[in-house]
Design a protein. Structure first.
Length: 218
């Protein structure tokens, strides 16, 4: 999978019933995040965190779906543990894909050969895929099974992706919503007043090249 490619469509059983992935996304953004296995410690903390962050994802028009190599029935049992750990109740707010034959994980290239279960079966790594409403992959992050994800960072990159998808800006290192952005290099200097009437700060550097062009968050 490469950035900008159409993310594979697939049909799968989930804890919320069968889905067709592109149809499930609809006109929303989507995140697919994979997990090594059900009833594992780090995964339990991650699914708990995502459940508690669902209002933040919904505010950004982002659908969330998880993936694990275990069965739908296993997922449903594990959800009870997740809700107990997170002290939540009611319907679980997002589906978990059952990839029991690991075919989806294999097709997506997210099997971790160094992490195996007691049967010697390689598990899925901790992948994060962000897919746009156009069904193209906008971002991917791959963690080993032993490292839990930072979901505050995932929300931050969603904010950056959604901003830069509609504005001619890029977000600098450690950017957060509300901070200044940078004009992308493809915008000529003569178009700056029209595109950014609020003003552009050009950073003076020894090379005298005017490529560091800062603007308020548009």
């Amino acid at each position: 999978m490469k950035l900008g490619q159409t993310f594979p469509d697939f049909k799968a059983d989930t804890s919320h019933g069968p889905i067709s992935f592109h149809e499930w996304i609809g006109d929303s953004w989507a995140i697919l995040f994979s997990h090594p296995a059900d009833y594992t410690p780090v995964c339990t903390t991650e699914l708990t965190r995502v459940a508690k962050l669902m209002p933040e994802f919904q505010k950004r028009n982002v659908k969330v779906i998880a993936l694990s190599i275990d069965s739908t029935e296993s997922h449903k049992g594990w959800i009870k543990d997740i809700q107990c750990f997170g002290k939540t109740a009611g319907d679980f707010p997002y589906p978990i894909i059952a990839d029991t034959d690991r075919s989806l994980g294999t097709n997506l290239g997210i099997i971790d050969p160094d992490e195996v279960n007691k049967e010697g079966v390689a598990l899925t790594a901790r992948a994060v895929f962000v897919i746009g409403p156009d069904k193209k992959m906008k971002l991917s992050i791959l963690y080993p099974a032993t490292t839990g994800r930072n979901f505050d960072e995932i929300l931050r990159v969603i904010d950056s992706l959604q901003l830069t998808a509609v504005k001619k800006v890029a977000t600098p290192a450690d950017w957060k919503p509300g901070m200044k952005c940078m004009v992308v290099p493809s915008v000529p200097d003569e178009e700056l007043p029209k595109m950014f009437p609020q003003g552009v700060e050009i950073i003076d550097v020894p090379s005298k090249k005017s490529y560091l062009r800062m603007v308020e968050n548009p």
